[in-house]
Design a protein. Sequence first.
Length: 223
Amino acid sequence: MTAPDSRRVVLFDLDGVLTRRDTFGTLVTRRLQRQPWRLPATGPALPLLGLSVSVPRLRGPVARHLVRSALFGVSLEAGLAECAALGAEFAATPSWLRAEAIAAAVEYAEAGDRVVVVTATERHLARALLDGVGLDAAELVASELARTPLGLELSPHNYGPAKLDGLARAGIHPPFAVMHSDSAADLPLLRLADEAVLVAAPRADVRRVRSELAREPATAAWR
């Protein structure tokens, strides 16, 4: 019988915390820019994308439609390869990364903590990025690019409350020692962490997290 893991669990979001820009969003945007004939298929999703930041329930449907539009006609194998290549590009582009946050994650791991990156981005993209920046030992809970009758989708889409489900499927359960996030969308995890750390979060998200937590969240000095 395997002994339970007694290490402290330290969670990191990826986009906006370890990186300075949206990883999978970069893939979608590039494809739409390089193949503008895809733009009409996005319909109302693009205008709704900005609104989904303040209305989290829109994020899932909007993201699914944009992914289907950007990757229509692409095989799963080609899509996964493109994800992995972009992850490696992120790892090799310092201006896209938050170096101090990555260094902090390394320090947690070296101190014996169980570092878990829990993200809405695609798994192959995230894994290539983490491996490329020296976080190859970090565990990863991420979205999966999958073939569906409507095309390629992130399924499951590991966003918002779904992150808690993803962690549970991976056998990672509360209590969490620390959760690092840039968004109120991570409140389901922030509430369960002994220490909630916000990284460059928008003011509206900071206000919401403060109002819903029974304690004051910490603010990381990473810029």
